[in-house]
Design a protein around this ligand. Structure first.
Ligand SMILES: *Cc1c(COP(=O)(O)O)cnc(C)c1O
Length: 456
């Protein structure tokens, strides 16, 4: 089929939407390392995990063998309100860059929460409701996850308590209010409502908080409140499983037009959108059916893959969560309060960490000001106002397309456009005023945090 026939947007029919999530772990030779109990250093059992997470999600978390999990009908119905999401051929960006490369992006910003996070939020809320729970607790950084979860909870009639990183709570009143529209209870973190919050406040008075710290608070509330469980918007195996809907839809749409990507790019915070986008493609690579280049893009201010170490670490600052083996900068690492809010996590999904360690995936880190330059270039030709997180992937895709131009190569590039940037206009303003700085942590700051890693 000739390339000219590819439309600007490839939409799937409702009937073509995936009916099952794909569990990439089933086809990994080297499975991701198990979560460890922080006290005994033994693998977490389903029983131990079920104090924190609801039962079906524990099952999904621990299952490294089942390749497909059927998506319950009620979740599929919810998906239909904002999915399938379009796969866009970036004709205008190609033209602007004068590149022979063909560029595609999967756009996940077409819902009120403005990101892919809703794909997992509805699944997690559904299983909590199904178990007869009263509510869920969580943390949110930039606010996308909290917004997505509050939408899912209000749809299903579940209480939603969100611990929001304090600097975001103060800098992003709009996200906070959207969460309240959907009925969520939002608390700035660290707060004096939990033991761990009070401890962190005493140690670091005036801190703007971090994701790791908000996680500790949300877990404490979930495990000490009857009828509540904790839910997490990224990093965990179950979240990557739910996000596989992104890659499955993309693969179906590409197959329809006979398109095969050479390079697949995604931004990486905790790894859920990237893990979801690459899942079916990486599956083919693992099974020896096809080959692709995969590139994770992270901010230079929080470079877990490119400057971290592959070790067991805590997922939270308060060290109450299980230990996860992952590329990490150390749970004590507090990244600069720059604007890629959703990419400010010290660690990374253990699935992606294992794939990266096995040399199946590449990673690059990029600077904030370059990211915003790429974001603006993209907005001006493609129309969509991208989220700063997503713009990390845009920048890497643009760089690859320019490389293709210089080498005269007709590669096909696919990237994940995870969300929109309407709530990030303060960051855009700082960029326009020339006030945005590129913060790159010193080796010794990373060393200091890594030295505090548990000895496992
Ligand atoms: C949260 C978020 C990310 C990063 O999270 P991952 O789990 O790494 O996908 C990227 N883009 C947007 C818009 C987000 O909200």
């Amino acid at each position: 089929m000739s390339e000219k026939k590819v439309p600007y947007k490839i939409y799937l029919e409702e009937s073509e939407m995936p009916r099952a999530w794909y569990n990439l772990r089933a086809h990994m030779k080297n499975k991701p390392a198990p979560l460890l109990n922080p006290e005994t250093l033994k693998p977490m059992t389903a029983e131990e995990l079920s104090v924190v997470f609801c039962d079906e999600l524990v099952r999904q978390e621990l299952d490294n063998d089942t390749a497909y999990f059927e998506i319950p009908g009620e979740i599929r119905d919810f998906y239909k309100m904002y999915r399938p999401s379009p796969l866009v051929r970036a004709y205008c960006l190609e033209e602007k860059l004068q590149t022979p490369a063909r560029i595609y992006y999967k756009f996940e910003g077409n819902n009120t929460s403005g990101s892919h996070k809703l794909n997992s939020a509805i699944a997690q809320a559904y299983y909590a409701k199904n178990q007869g729970l009263k509510g869920v607790t969580t943390e949110t950084g930039a606010g996308q996850w909290g917004t997505a979860l509050s939408m899912a909870c209000s749809y299903l009639g579940l209480d939603c308590r969100v611990y929001m990183v304090k600097c975001s709570y103060e800098q992003k009143p709009f996200r906070r209010e959207v969460m309240k529209v959907y009925g969520a209870d939002v608390t700035p973190s660290p707060s004096d409502t939990t033991n761990v919050g009070r401890k962190i406040l005493a140690e670091y008075p005036g801190t703007g908080g971090s994701l790791g710290c908000a996680i500790s608070e949300a877990v404490e509330v979930a495990t000490s409140t009857e009828g509540y469980r904790y839910v997490l918007g990224s990093v965990l195996n179950q979240v990557l499983l739910h996000q596989s809907i992104i890659g499955l839809e993309t693969k179906t749409a590409m197959d329809k037009y006979g398109i095969k990507p050479d390079i697949i790019i995604g931004c990486a915070g905790g790894g859920s959108n990237l893990g979801g986008l690459i899942a079916p493609f990486m599956g083919e690579k693992l099974r020896g059916e096809a080959d692709y280049r995969f590139i994770a893009v992270e901010p230079a201010s929080c470079p877990s893959f490119t400057r971290g170490e592959y070790r067991y670490d805590y997922c939270d600052t308060g060290m109450v969560c299980p230990l996860s083996k992952m590329y990490t900068l150390g749970s004590g690492f507090i990244p600069s309060a720059d604007h890629a809010g959703g990419l400010r996590f010290h660690g990374m999904s253990s699935v992606l960490s294992q794939l990266y360690d096995d040399g199946l995936m590449e990673a690059v880190s990029v600077k904030q000001t370059d990211v915003f330059r790429a974001a603006e270039e993209f907005a001006r030709v493609e129309g969509i106002l991208p989220a700063p997180e997503s713009s990390h992937a845009i920048l890497a895709a643009v760089n690859e397309a320019i490389r293709c131009r210089e080498a005269g190569e007709e590669k096909t590039i696919l990237f994940g456009l995870t969300g929109t940037g309407y709530f990030d206009l303060v960051a855009y303003e700082r960029f326009h005023k020339g006030e945005m700085v590129d913060t790159i942590p010193a080796d010794e700051d990373i060393r200091k945090a890594l030295d505090k890693l548990p000895k496992v």
